[in-house]
Design a protein around this ligand. Structure first.
Ligand code: GLN
Length: 204
C-alpha cells in the first residue's frame, strides 16, 4: 500500500536475531522472523545476522532456503548482512571450510576471522559518510575483512589502516561489525531507507 512502511525480515536460523529485532523496534520499523520460503516471500528486505557462517550456511540448505534466498537476492531484494551475514553475501571466501557455501551477491573476497586470536573482539568508531554524518560505533567479534572488491562495489567504511569493513553493491549492504550489539542505529536506518526506496516507484 502506498505510504505503508516496509516489512523487514530477519533470517532466524542462527545468530543474533533478537539484537537486530531490538534495533528495528527502536527505529519503529515492522519486522518478522524468516525461516521458510513462504515467510521470505512476505518481506520487502532481509537482514542476515551475525553468528557463525558455517552454521547459517548448513541451516539454509537443511531448511531449503538456499535457492529461494539466492533467487530473491538476484531479483534485487535489499539485503543487509552483519559479520557472518556479510560472509554469507560474499561471492568469494579466502578461507572457507571445505564444504562451506555462501549465497553470494557481493562481488567481494572476504577473509573470515581476519583479526586472529589475540584481537578477536574490539570496539571502535568508524566514519561512514554515505551512511551517517556521525561516527559509527562498531563492535567487531571474530570479524571478517573484505580483502578485494569488484568494480561495482562501493566501500562504505574502512578501519584506520584502510582495511575494508563495510561495502554496498546495488541493494546489498555487508559489514564486518555488529551495530545490533553496539546499539548504533545508523546502518539499520540506512538499510531501511534503501528498502523504502525500492518500494517507492511501485507505489508512485
Ligand atoms: N567468525 C564468524 C564466521 O565465520 C563470524 C563471527 C560473527 O558473526 N560475529 O561466521
Amino acid at each position: 500500500m502506498a505510504g505503508s512502511s516496509p516489512l523487514i525480515g530477519v533470517l532466524a536460523l542462527q545468530g543474533d536475531v533478537r539484537e537486530h529485532e531490538r534495533v528495528l523496534d527502536t527505529l519503529g520499523v515492522s519486522h518478522t522472523q524468516v525461516r521458510t520460503p513462504a515467510e521470505l516471500e512476505t518481506v520487502d528486505g532481509l537482514i542476515i545476522p551475525g553468528g557463525e557462517s558455517t552454521v547459517i550456511d548448513k541451516l539454509t540448505r537443511i531448511f531449503a532456503m538456499r535457492d529461494p534466498l539466492r533467487a530473491r537476492i538476484s531479483l534485487g531484494m535489499p539485503v543487509f548482512g552483519t559479520c557472518a551475514g556479510l560472509i554469507m553475501l560474499s561471492d568469494r571466501l579466502s578461507d572457507a571450510t571445505h564444504d562451506q557455501q555462501t549465497l553470494g551477491g557481493l562481488d567481494v573476497t572476504v577473509r573470515r576471522n581476519a583479526f586472529g586470536s589475540q584481537v578477536e573482539s574490539f570496539e571502535t568508531t568508524l566514519r561512514a559518510p554515505e551512511v551517517s554524518t556521525d561516527p559509527v560505533e562498531a563492535a567487531f567479534i571474530r570479524a571478517p575483512i573484505v580483502e578485494q572488491v569488484g568494480a561495482d562495489v562501493r566501500v562504505l567504511a574502512t578501519l584506520d589502516d584502510h582495511r575494508i569493513v563495510a561495502v554496498q553493491q546495488g541493494n546489498i549492504v555487508g559489514i564486518s561489525f555488529h551495530p545490533e550489539i553496539s546499539g548504533d542505529l545508523a546502518f539499520h536506518r540506512y538499510f531501511v531507507g534503501l528498502v523504502a526506496d525500492t518500494l517507492a516507484p511501485a507505489h508512485a
